[in-house]
Design a protein around this ligand. Structure first.
Ligand code: CAA
Length: 686
């Protein structure tokens, strides 16, 4: 029987089977909640029914509340009304779980008396990643099954666990390897006729009594390191504390108050916006769904330095063989050694086994001969940023590579169209801009040249996901999206320093905003000598002067800061250099407030982001935000620069830009026309 367009009810041999059909991920939209509640009400009093199964069709169990419904008042029945009803049913209810049971989906399963899962299933409460907490009883029921310590781990990290682990912790009652539906129906039939008491999860308090109080202070220590600035993790901890210290109903009431408070906050709004921004980024407008992908079985990487090595590891990590090219035996040996050390260090930290480390390492073969790339499907060039060198490599590759091979450059700033012009197949040339360290950073700027063909773009966007990257498609311009915008922040950070603002203050303000580090510490980490040439060094430029002193950043032990290990320490030498550069440039010294520092660093990023949209270099404002969160540590709870601008209000952004324009007389601050037009039409960045 169809209860709603998303819920079916069938009675099979005394078992009521409620099937949710709400593709793609069976989110608990209104028609699902309504349908499940109605179906349960129908069978509660039916004496021919002895047990109830909740099952989902399609690729997964419920992936949680329907996030698209957030922001508007939730239509009844709300999740808790459905769960209260389930708690009142005197027949066993069993969830059959495959795919992912996440958030409200797992909470639905927690309100069942039993859970049967297939061995590939994953179960988790990821709400913290959306800036909220599991507000449908999850924080109260989960610790009753898995114990408060494991529950804390799960809600604070938001990471799901596998079905086997779930069984070990008591989160599920039975694990099956195949035919879940048949197994869960059989399980339900047995429970339906057994004389056992079917204890509700809310009544199972035994694991709550075995708690060491230090778990809460330990969890707080962890979030102060790993989730600095985020509000939701602390609220999740408070809910688990309530589960331990308060009766169930009081815990539920605390959970409900705290989730309402989080829901109203800016962080939840930003994190939920970002959930969709990230998914939107992989969609390419104007590309037909039927665009064929080129097969990629083997990858070539040219350059075995830090970048080339990191790129190669991405492939090996997902079992793709790599040929890595270097120009000398010594460089090749060094490159391979670094990769091996990286894998061994990961294995010694217990993150992968030594066997897997070895398997991955062995997938990377070194060579000194470009000719060895003749069987590769994708070649990624990662040599130093010199146009003539890149063009030479690309023209040589032309005669070596297979006809349908994709030629990618990892350039971070050079003109991809010019690189492509060195080949007879510019349609097969694309930019794949990895971020350092390439085996760690998630962002991949996929740079579309003016002749890059659709199938190459489509292949690279999906290949990026295969190697666990978050791809964003961008157009050709100096620095593409990320570095181009960063350049404008750096101009102001330098200007502030030249005016006499201590670099420590500038770094602190940006750190407190939520970046992992400020611009000067970031410069030291990246290396100040990148692109620096001694013969054209300028004595009034801070960075050039530091390089002249051999202060190249962390790698040389000093840069903008001195270093004790990785700890930055103030340097009087640097203060003097900056003062001298300011004097040589005729810059008047003045103090700046923290607010001014923040405005002067962030507003130019927003203005440049608007220009990038105006020029079509990025197709959506949310793509710029994805670049910034994944590539540059913009705090996710602030959504990204364009979302931040929307929250400030575009008129306010323009007013601030104009304020600095008037104060300085510098065109740098002129608001871009696109931004002005958006504000005039009361629109927002989209
Ligand atoms: N609500 C609405 N839409 C959702 C959704 C949700 N909970 N979860 C996924 N979707 C949508 C995605 O936006 C995407 O839509 P488009 O195809 O239009 O882009 C589609 O479903 C497929 O999602 P993915 O591209 O992410 O597919 P995947 O296979 O890579 O991953 C997934 C599937 C693991 C379920 C992943 O989508 C995911 O993690 N979803 C979010 C899970 C989550 O956070 N749940 C908690 C929700 S909050 C909650 O439940 C509160 C509560 O207490 C009641």
């Amino acid at each position: 029987m169809k209860i709603t367009d998303a819920v079916l009810l069938e009675i099979k041999d005394s078992v009521a089977l409620i099937t949710i059909e709400n593709p793609p991920v069976n989110a608990l939209s209104h028609n699902v909640r309504f349908g499940v509640k109605k179906a349960i009400e129908l069978v509660m009093a039916d004496e021919s029914v002895s047990s109830i199964v909740i099952y989902c069709s399609g690729r997964t169990f419920c992936a949680g509340a329907d996030i698209k419904e957030f922001g508007a008042p939730m239509q009844e029945p709300v999740h808790s009304q459905l769960h209260d009803l389930m708690d009142s049913v005197n027949k066993p209810i069993i969830a059959g779980i495959h795919g992912t049971a996440l958030g409200g989906g797992l909470e639905l399963a927690l309100s069942c008396h039993y859970r049967v899962a297939i061995s590939t299933a994953k179960l988790g409460l990821p709400e913290v990643q959306l800036g909220i907490l599991p507000g449908a009883g999850g924080t109260q029921r989960l610790p009753r099954l898995v114990g408060p310590k494991k529950a804390l781990d799960m809600v604070v990290s938001g990471m799901p666990i596998g079905a086997k682990e779930a069984l070990d912790y008591g989160l599920i009652d039975k694990l099956v390897d195949s035919d879940l539906l048949a197994a869960v129906m059989l399980f339900a039939r047995e429970k339906g006729v057994s004389n056992n008491d079917h204890i509700r999860v809310r009544d199972r308090d035994e694991k709550l009594r075995l708690v060491e109080q230090s778990i809460f202070s330990d969890a707080r220590k962890v979030i102060s390191r790993r989730a600095r600035g985020f509000t939701a993790p602390e609220y999740n901890i408070r809910c688990i504390e309530a589960a331990v210290h308060k009766p169930f109903d009081e815990g539920i009431s605390i959970e409900s108050d705290l989730v309402m408070e989080l829901m109203k906050g800016d962080q939840a709004r930003a994190q939920q916006y970002f959930f969709f921004a990230e998914r939107q980024a992989s969609k390419i407008e104007g590309l037909s769904k039927g665009t064929k992908h080129r097969p990629i079985f083997k990858v070539g990487v040219i350059g075995g330095g830090l970048m080339g090595g990191g790129i190669s590891m991405n492939m090996a990590n997902v079992n793709i063989p790599v040929t890595m090219i270097e120009t000398s035996e010594k460089a090749l040996e060094q490159g391979l050694k670094t990769i091996r050390n990286n894998y061994e260090s990961t294995a010694s930290k217990g993150r992968i086994s030594f066997d897997i480390a070895k398997q991955r390492y062995e997938l990377i073969k070194g060579s000194l001969d470009l000719g060895d790339l003749n069987d590769c499907d994708l070649i990624i060039e990662a040599v130093f940023e010199e146009m003539s060198v890149k063009k030479d490599i690309f023209s040589r590759l032309d005669s070596i590579l297979k006809q349908d091979a994709i030629l990618a450059s990892n350039t971070s700033a050079l003109n991809l169209n010019e690189i492509a012009s060195a080949t007879t197949r510019p349609q097969s040339v694309i930019g794949l801009h990895f971020f350092s360290p390439a085996n760690v950073m998630k962002l991949l700027e996929v740079v579309r040249g003016e002749k890059t063909s659709d199938d190459v773009i489509a292949t690279c966007m999906s290949f990026a996901k295969r190697i666990n990257k978050v791809p964003v498609l961008v157009g050709v311009c100096p620095g593409f999206v990320g570095n181009r915008i960063l350049h404008y922040r750096q101009i102001q950070a330098n200007q502030l320093a030249l005016e006499g603002v201590p670099i420590e203050q500038i770094d602190r303000v940006l750190y407190e905003f939520g970046f992992p580090m400020g611009p000067f510490q970031m410069g030291d980490l990246a290396g100040l000598d990148l692109g620096w040439k001694a013969d054209s060094s300028n004595s009034s430029d801070i960075r050039d002067r530091l390089c002249e002193l051999g202060r190249f950043g962390q790698k040389s032990g000093n840069g903008f800061y001195d270093y004790e290990g990785r700890m930055p320490i103030h340097s009087d030498i640097v203060s003097e250099v900056i003062k001298d550069c300011g004097r040589l440039q005729g810059i008047e010294r003045r103090d700046s407030s923290d607010n001014e520092i923040l405005d002067r660093c962030l507003l130019p990023m927003i203005n440049e982001g608007a220009k990038i949209l105006e020029e079509g270099i990025a197709s959506r404002a949310s793509d710029i935000d994805v670049v910034y969160v994944y590539g540059y540590g913009w705090p996710r709870y602030r959504g990204g620069p364009m979302h931040y601008a929307n929250c400030l209000g575009l008129k306010k952004v323009i007013a601030k830009l104009q304020h600095y324009r008037e104060n300085t007389g510098d065109d740098f601050w002129t608001p871009c026309q696109f931004l002005v037009d958006l504000a005039d039409s009361q629109s927002l960045f989209t």
